[in-house]
Design a binder for this molecule. Structure first.
Ligand code: FMN
Length: 182
């Protein structure tokens, strides 16, 4: 299964998580600046990664999500790093924006990331050297788990010349009629 990790990272934290997730999911890894949102339909699974900026995804990621075409049948996931607050909201926004493009959202991941701006505010002690090795191990496992989940759900095209075995019935007119789930 062809997978892609697209991420934005201002100070390197989200990039560390992105690399770990790409390792776990055998995905291609690209900065959001390198990817044309119109050209991602080759990928069956897309992970979107961002730092939390003002309790939301960073602007380049919001722009990217807005420009995605309809990608019915594709799977998606989100991940973020934050200093202290806003990961749930950020992941929810990613989920909603992916679903608006008919991408099935499989799950989200978040971890702490030391902020040069907020470093002295809040629980700095907990964020020192974050994301750390343990966080990155979790990120890698997240990537692997979601890849396996997506593989289980993947739909395979049946050669139309074959007998009608395994075709999903009862869905007249649906473009999915010639697909089946493995
Ligand atoms: C402009 C800006 C806004 C931020 N807003 C938040 C925020 O709302 N909540 C939070 O916990 N951290 C916030 N942070 C901290 C970052 O989310 C955090 O340090 C993150 O790990 C940085 O990721 P990066 O190194 O990939 O850029 C903000 C950082 C910046 C630069």
């Amino acid at each position: 299964m062809k997978s892609l990790v697209v991420y934005y990272s201002k100070s390197g934290n989200t990039e560390k998580a992105a690399k770990a997730i790409a390792r776990g999911s055998e995905a291609e890894l690209k900065r959001v600046e390198e990817v044309n949102p119109e050209n991602v339909s080759d990928y069956s699974l897309i992970y979107i990664g961002t730092p939390v900026h003002a309790l939301a995804p960073a602007k380049p990621i919001k722009e990217f999500l807005k420009k995605l075409p309809d990608l019915s049948g594709k799977k998606g996931a989100g991940f973020c790093t934050m200093h202290m607050i806003g990961d749930r909201r950020t992941l929810r926004i990613i989920k909603e924006r992916l679903e608006a493009k008919n991408i099935e959202f499989l799950g989200g991941f978040s971890c702490r990331g030391l902020s040069s701006i907020f470093g002295d505010i809040g629980p700095k002690i907990f964020n020192r050297r974050k994301p750390n090795e343990e966080d990155l191990k979790k990120a890698e496992n997240f990537g692997r788990k979601l890849l396996n989940q997506a593989k289980q759900k993947v739909e395979k095209l049946i050669d139309p010349s074959l007998p009608n075995f395994g075709v999903r019935q009862g869905d007249p007119g649906s473009p999915r009629q010639s697909f089946f789930e493995i």
